[in-house]
Design a protein around this ligand. Sequence first.
Ligand SMILES: Nc1nc2c(c(=O)[nH]1)N[C@H]1C(S)=C(S)[C@@H](COP(=O)(O)O)O[C@H]1N2
Ligand SMILES: [Mo]
Length: 238
Amino acid sequence: MVNAADGGARSLPPGQRQAPLRRFGLPEFAAVRPVVPDRPVVRVGGAVRGPTQIPVGELMALPGRREARSDLHCVTTWSATGLTWGGVPFRAVHESLVQRVAAHPRCSWVVFVGLDGYRGCLRLDDALSEDVLLADTLDGVPLTVERGAPLRLVAPAHYGYKSVRHVCAVEYRLRHASGSAGWAEHPRGRVRREERSRILPGRVWRPLWRMQVAPVRRRYARYAGSEWRPRGGRYGGV
Ligand SMILES: Nc1nc2c(c(=O)[nH]1)N[C@H]1C(S)=C(S)[C@@H](COP(=O)(O)O)O[C@H]1N2
Ligand SMILES: [Mo]
């Protein structure tokens, strides 16, 4: 899939402005540097009869591997455009798993969990869309920790808070389960419909979110790259 975005500002969805891709997220996760295991696995659980875990290498060898260009739209109004992610569609992973774990037939939501403890919940049919990838490369290069190693969800039609970095678990759910962004997020978070939040129309949130960008960027910059010295934060004193 190659998306229609040409990287120009005119192609951005309502309320979004172009920005380079830099590590970003909830302020409380800025200081959490996940340790990526040598042989990473993805735990599969939730409303399933047979929870299991699968090596990331095995998942990435599933059929359907592809590279796809897409944009990342953060709810705080910045968008990074023209990102080429490489990986396997979540749909292929789901198809190979759903029997194996005996997921409850009425599962209609799925939660992705990151090694940093971050959680994002998608409606299952949204997650099964052709353009949703579990990616392990960006622009042909294996993901660094900064970019979301070992595996990152890419859900281009949804706000960035659904695109969980460092995926280490997939949980099938019967009902929507709030992600780490809690009350601030929308259960579906579709960018096209500007579903920034479940309360108030999306455009009302634009100026409020925009004010958050600079302070959150500063906070993440403190922990960037080799300067990334986790202190304090959610997992205290690590
Ligand atoms: N594990 C994890 N994934 C996460 C987040 C996070 O804090 N932890 N933040 C989310 C948010 S709000 C956004 S906008 C994107 C940002 O992706 P980037 O760090 O590559 O810019 O990651 C998303 N995935
Ligand atoms: Mo975001």
